[in-house]
Write a protein that binds this ligand. Structure first.
Ligand code: SF4
Length: 177
C-alpha cells in the first residue's frame, strides 16, 4: 500500500508542537511504515509538493506565514492544525493588544541594548500582520489543540487520518494527566 505523504511547517511558533510530535518516540517507528515525510522542518525540504496531509504549527503573524499557509493548503488534500497557536492564535494573540511599530521598537530596544536601537529595515523581512489562527486565512480540516498537544493526541489524530477518518479529538485526550 502506498504511504501517506505528510508535509509540515511552522509559522509563528516556538517549535514545541513539532517537538511533541517527535516525542511520539517508538510510535514513530510504527508510523514510518505508513507515513512518508516530505517538506518539513524535520527534513528541511522547503518547497511544497502535492501531499496527502499538511500539518501547520503556529499562528499567522506576518505576510510570510500567510504565504506558507496558502502554499501548503494548495498542495495538500487534508490540512491539520497542531497546537493552540495554529488553532486559536495562542499566546501570540497578545501582540494584537499593541501597536505593531511599538512592538518592533520594543523588540530592538531592550534593557540589554542601546535605547532606541533602530529596527532593521529590509524587504527580506516579512511585514507583521494582525495575529490570527490558521483558519482565518485558509480552510482547515481538523484541529489538534494543546500547548503543546500531547503526543498521544497527535498519535490519535494521525491514526484516525490513516484509517480514513477526519479526527475529532475526545476531551479526555486533550487533558493533561
Ligand atoms: S501551541 Fe504552544 S507549543 Fe505549540 S507553537 Fe504555540 S506556544 Fe509553542
Amino acid at each position: 500500500m502506498a504511504k501517506v505523504k505528510v508535509a509540515t511547517a511552522w509559522l509563528d511558533s516556538c517549535s514545541g508542537c513539532h517537538m511533541s510530535f517527535l516525542d511520539l518516540d517508538e510510535a514513530l517507528i510504527g508510523l514510518a511504515d505508513k507515513l512518508e515525510f516530505g517538506e518539513s522542518p524535520i527534513t528541511d525540504f522547503k518547497k511544497f509538493t502535492p501531499c496527502d496531509v499538511g500539518i501547520l504549527e503556529g499562528s499567522i503573524s506576518n505576510k510570510h506565514d500567510e504565504e506558507v499557509a496558502r502554499d501548503l493548503r494548495a498542495n495538500c488534500k487534508i490540512l491539520m492544525v497542531l497546537g493552540d497557536c495554529a488553532c486559536f492564535g495562542g499566546i501570540n494573540n497578545m501582540r494584537n493588544l499593541f501597536n505593531t511599530d511599538d512592538v518592533i521598537a520594543r523588540y530592538y530596544s531592550t534593557e540589554s541594548t542601546a535605547q532606541n536601537s533602530a529596527a532593521p529595515h529590509s524587504k527580506e523581512l516579512p511585514a507583521l500582520v494582525k495575529v490570527r489562527p490558521v483558519n482565518q486565512v485558509v480552510k482547515v480540516d481538523c484541529y489538534v489543540p494543546g500547548c503543546a498537544p500531547k503526543p498521544s493526541a497527535i498519535l490519535y489524530a494521525l491514526s484516525e487520518l490513516l484509517d480514513g477518518r477526519i479526527p475529532v479529538l475526545p476531551g479526555e485526550i486533550m487533558r493533561f494527566d
